[in-house]
Design a binder for this molecule. Structure first.
Ligand SMILES: Nc1nc2c(c(=O)[nH]1)N[C@@H](CN(C=O)c1ccc(C(=O)N[C@@H](CCC(=O)O)C(=O)O)cc1)CN2
Ligand SMILES: [Mg+2]
Length: 348
């Protein structure tokens, strides 16, 4: 299967290839452990886009053989009811991954809910411990966030080297910009993060071998901003009115695709680029979580349960929290604001 059409990265094809590999892993796990990984999805409220993503996640689980659990709460659900649902899944031994679909209704404290997910089951990778670990040299998170993982997997699968490359990430959200920058850093890219106060962003982007656009602004990155041959990963999915579509809108990326495609060495389209990878990485994290549980190497509340190396103890947790201090301090408000904004102005 071709993963690129000319210089256009086919995210659907990459996702399909990885999902086949995941399905084979689940078959092997069933054979070896007589169990399959399980994913629980919690949704609060009736947002149409969130309901669509949850359905897509449940269907994707079915297709690869992951057991899927769900809990749908009304928008009026109290914080305590949401927490109780998360705790119920924390205590369910058939569930190895838990995700709470974001955004949550405004009266629910997102940070409290995300922080209540058992670290062992945090397959969305949003827990401050996991974000802290992402920021630490020589440490790895238990799980990394899915969209950032998808960006890296696209580069890897399309044979684009990361080590030593100059990477520019446009946007610093908690769910995409910051974690993708940290993942690129872990892969030894030289990483620059651009944001609203960046001076001469064009010049910064023009220096990049790899550009990840995750700012939630339609067509912000222009073709003229790019170094010829650069790899461009467009995370934006900005709904834009389009009378020719049944839904009345189409999704437009953060990169001006028509301009950029003749300059970039490789570029993701929107839709069909990063989007399909998000759910694929969720499946991958869930299978990895199941494997750890079945092999008895899961950590409980960040303490080693079995076979955890001594460095997995309390000190690195405190260091992780310290290193991620800024993210954690600002994170509660910022995550809610950014996810609410990105889900209303962009489905990614
Ligand atoms: N708990 C989480 N909430 C949210 C996340 C997340 O990773 N975890 N991310 C987004 C929504 N999201 C998954 O939840 C998601 C968004 C987009 C896609 C996708 O496949 N997009 C396609 C287009 C699909 C369409 O036509 O609508 C694409 O870009 O090609 C998958 C998952 C916010 N909430
Ligand atoms: Mg909220």
């Amino acid at each position: 299967m071709s993963l690129m059409n000319g210089n256009i990265i086919d995210g659907k094809a990459v996702a399909e290839q990885i999902r086949k590999e995941i399905a084979a892993q689940v078959v092997a796990m069933k054979e070896k452990y007589k169990r399959v990984p399980g994913l629980a999805v919690v949704i609060v409220g009736e947002r149409g886009d969130s309901q669509t993503y949850v359905r897509m996640k449940q269907k994707a689980c079915e297709e690869v053989g992951i057991a899927s659990f769900g809990s749908s709460l009304p928008a009026s659900a109290s914080q305590e009811e949401v927490l109780a649902t998360v705790r119920r899944f924390n205590n369910n031994p058939d569930v190895h991954g838990i995700l709470v679909q974001l955004p949550l209704p405004p009266h629910v404290d997102e940070a409290a809910v995300l922080g209540a997910i058992s670290l062992n089951k945090d397959v969305d990778g949003f827990h401050p411990f996991n974000i802290g670990r992402l920021a630490m040299k020589g440490r790895e998170p238990l799980f990394a966030p899915c969209t950032p993982l998808g960006c890296i997997a696209l580069l890897d699968r399309c044979g684009i080297d990361i080590k030593g490359k100059r990477a520019v990430v446009v946007g610093r959200s908690n769910i995409v910009g910051m974690p993708v920058a940290m993942l690129l850093n872990k892969r030894d890219a030289t990483v620059t993060i651009c944001h609203a106060s960046t001076k001469d962003m064009e010049a910064v982007v023009r220096d990049a071998d790899i550009v990840v656009a995750a700012c939630g602004r339609s067509k912000m990155v222009k073709g003229s901003w790019l170094k010829p041959g650069a790899a461009v990963i467009d995370v934006g999915t900005n709904p834009t009115p389009d009378a020719t579509k049944k839904s009345g809108f189409k999704l437009v990326g953060d990169v001006d695709f028509d301009e950029a495609k003749s300059v970039a060495g490789a570029i993701t389209p929107v839709p069909g680029g990063v989007g399909p990878m998000t759910i694929t990485m969720l499946l991958q994290n869930t299978v990895e979580s199941g494997r750890r549980f079945f092999e008895g190497i899961a950590l409980e509340d960040a303490k080693p349960v079995k076979r955890g190396p001594s460095a997995e103890g309390v000190t690195p947790i405190i260091m992780g929290m310290f290193v991620a201090g800024i993210i954690i301090k600002e994170g509660v408000t910022l995550l809610r604001r950014i996810i609410t904004r990105s889900s209303s102005s962009s489905s990614q």
